[in-house]
Design a protein around this ligand. Structure first.
Ligand code: C2E
Ligand code: CA
Ligand code: CA
Ligand code: CA
Length: 278
């Protein structure tokens, strides 16, 4: 028993050691990776249920290391924030996305959605800087959307609200990400004007498991949003049943593995033209 205990401890500490090594390795190479463009955009299709077409894509950051291995964003976004590299990362993603997608987005009136972290949003000049970057990239504001998480709004509501107002005045659309997970959803909707709420995938995943309360809450969220003039996108749609229920509940837009994961730009184009032709 003693011997086994010893092994378990060794195993455990090796695991912790590996995680620690991975984290320091990311910390060490992040700035360089951003500068070299090793962190690049993938595009997850967003589908409009009324038109039945692809209306744009959410840009999700991907880091491919020299050895071919991918580091998921959950592992480097927080570090980018700590290192004050998140602004550089966002700018790089906007540049790369507009270089790849700009013409197509204009020709087909699509929307590119960018994730923005709380650190960026609470920067006093964020909206001006963001719109200046768009202008330099030749992306018009009407083709851009910013996704702000609910938790980000809670951090400093007054400042987040004035930033959201400025962005919308500049013609940039705003969506609330992970809607329903932040514990004060209804309160802020009294005073915050946004274009879309993105219903968190935890609600969507419960739609096909016979959870009546969940269905009632989802219906109420959709009805409430519509009465406030806000569209609802359901995140993380993975099954035909979830999709059918969301359609029945008048949900406006969907995104999820049932349709497609985030794709390289060329694959996104192919997916969109195939999907729209069906
Ligand atoms: P998010 O903004 O909520 O993005 C959705 C995440 O759910 C993405 O994970 C996406 O790949 C995944 N997803 C999409 N459809 C499905 C589905 O049907 N089922 C399941 N289980 N998952 C699905 P990803 O790409 O790993 O990104 C994780 C998070 O990292 C994002 O969550 C976002 O908060 C953050 N992130 C990604 N790229 C950026 C970025 O460029 N800037 C910032 N600030 N954050 C980013
Ligand atoms: Ca998002
Ligand atoms: Ca989300
Ligand atoms: Ca999230």
């Amino acid at each position: 028993a003693k011997h086994r205990g010893g092994n378990q401890f060794l195993f455990y500490s090796a695991e912790v050691g590996a995680q620690f090594f991975e984290k320091s390795d990311i910390e060490l190479h992040l700035a360089d990776a951003i500068r070299k463009g090793d962190i690049f955009p993938k595009f997850q299709p967003k589908i409009d249920l009324h038109q039945g077409t692809v209306i744009g894509g959410e840009i999700l950051a991907r880091w491919q290391r020299a050895n071919g291995e991918f580091i998921p964003p959950d592992k480097f976004i927080a570090i980018a924030e700590q290192q004050h590299q998140i602004q550089a990362l966002s700018a790089s993603l906007i540049w790369q996305s507009s270089a790849l997608a700009g013409n197509h987005v204009r020709a087909h009136s699509l929307t590119l959605a960018f994730n923005v972290s709380v650190q960026e949003l609470l920067e006093p000049k964020f909206s001006q800087q963001f719109s200046a970057t768009l202008a330099k990239c030749g992306l018009s504001p009407e083709h851009c959307e910013i996704e702000i998480t609910e938790s980000c709004l809670i951090e400093n509501f007054a400042q987040a609200k004035s930033c959201v107002d400025e962005l919308r005045q500049l013609g940039i659309k705003v969506a609330i990400d992970d809607f329903g997970t932040g514990f004060c959803s209804l309160n802020y909707l009294r005073s915050l004007a946004v274009d879309t709420i993105k219903l968190d995938r935890s609600f969507v995943g419960e739609l096909d498991v016979d959870n009546l309360n969940n269905m009632i809450v989802v219906k109420a969220i959709i009805d409430l949003a519509h009465q406030l003039g806000i569209k609802v996108l359901a995140e993380g749609v993975e099954t035909q049943t979830q999709l059918a229920i969301l359609k029945a509940l008048q949900c406006d837009e969907v995104q999820g593995f049932y349709f497609s994961p985030a794709l390289a730009w060329q694959d996104f184009c192919q997916f969109a033209s195939q999907f729209n032709a069906e």
